[in-house]
Design a protein around this ligand. Structure first.
Ligand code: NAI
Length: 327
């Protein structure tokens, strides 16, 4: 029988953690044949709550769940880890400047990157969910020089899924009829959901919708969906974020379907004019356990402007954390 895969979840006592852990333990993260061991990392004040969640995990009697460790020590949490889901982050509070937010998160993602570098398994895969996700991933990656940079990713799969859902509702087609959709850039309001390379029924998606709808409804609805959820629910997206994290890792490990791709923020190799080293969202396929950027797509002027604007924001975030000495 297969040895258990060690999965570390930070911010395990938070709302995404609560929606995520049960799905990991049930086999949805890696596949129904793969046993898992969970490592839950929390801050000291939240360890007790994480222990409560672990009691509920026990009570599910999941056949694939081979153990749960709970700690407030990053070194222990990442020792031997194969999959690291970095969910816990410092949220922006009222009156907080971007520099303060980046600095506070640097205080979390720098030591976590170091701990991953020191102790993670050779095949470690890292997904950063905690915001600002792309730049937090960049900080962690910068402090893990012995881990291949491509193993650090940030999540734009929720944006991707939101775009699929909006387009399927607009066209009255199944989400599975939509292929090759892409989220480009930062997981922020500047992200760009691209329908020009997307296909519905084998035809260009952008040509099946009115241009006004694309520009004035679709793009802002996808980009501002997080705020709309907060407005409606009184809390930020949690189950949908957890679902996207599951999708991201499942596809990374098991491969993306033939004839399609997905979106993930991965380290740029300079493709599509995105500066090398930035962690930016791209169209990606997963083959042999690796995410690869889809090459050779045509980028029209409409898309170019929007991709550039989002990448510019990532450059500014990178420069800010550089200035703070975080990378
Ligand atoms: P939450 O506030 O409910 O939970 C966060 C948890 O992280 C808390 O339990 C907290 O104690 C813990 N935490 C804080 N610092 C930590 C540290 N240094 N080590 C370990 N744990 C730590 O937040 P929620 O709703 O679970 O969201 C988590 C993050 O995910 C937020 O940053 C949120 O903005 C982000 N997010 C990202 C999305 C994406 O698409 N990339 C979508 C939705 C949320």
């Amino acid at each position: 029988t297969q040895a258990p895969v060690n999965v570390t979840v930070t911010g395990a006592a938070g709302q995404i953690g609560y929606a995520l852990l049960f799905r990991i333990a049930s086999g949805q993260l890696l596949g129904a044949d793969t046993p898992v061991k969970l490592r839950l990392l929390e801050i000291p004040q939240a360890v007790k709550a994480a222990e409560g969640t672990a009691m509920e995990l026990d009570d599910c009697a999941f056949p694939l769940l081979k153990g749960i460790d709970i700690t407030d020590d990053a070194k222990k949490a990442f020792d031997g880890t194969n999959v690291a889901l970095l969910v816990g982050a410092r949220p922006r509070t009222k009156g907080m400047e971007r520099g303060d937010l980046l600095a506070a998160n640097g205080g979390i993602f720098k030591p976590q990157g170091e701990a991953i570098n020191a102790g993670a398994a050779d095949d470690v895969r890292v997904l950063v969910v905690g915001n600002p996700a792309n730049t937090n991933a960049l900080i962690a990656q910068a402090h893990a020089p012995d881990v291949p940079a491509e193993r650090f990713t940030a999540m734009t799969r929720l944006d991707h899924n939101r775009a699929l859902s909006q387009l399927s509702a607009k066209l009255g087609v199944a989400v599975t009829d939509i292929k090759k959709l892409t989220i480009w850039g930062n997981h922020s309001a500047t992200q760009y959901p691209d329908l020009f390379n997307a296909e519905v029924g084998g035809k260009v998606a952008a040509e099946q919708v009115e241009q006004e709808w694309l520009k004035d409804t679709f793009i802002p609805t996808v980009a501002k969906r997080g705020a709309a959820i907060i407005e409606a629910r009184g809390a930020s997206s949690a189950a949908s974020a957890a679902n996207a994290a599951i999708d991201h890792v499942y596809d990374w490990v098991n491969g993306t379907p033939e004839g399609d791709w997905t979106s993930a923020a991965v380290v740029s190799d300079g493709s599509y004019g995105v500066p090398e080293g930035l962690i930016s969202s791209f169209p990606v396929v997963s083959r042999n356990g690796r995410y690869e950027i889809v090459q050779g797509l045509e980028i029209g002027e409409f898309s170019r402007e929007r991709i550039d604007a989002s990448v510019q924001e990532l450059i500014e975030e990178r420069d800010a954390v550089k200035q703070l000495g975080l990378i």
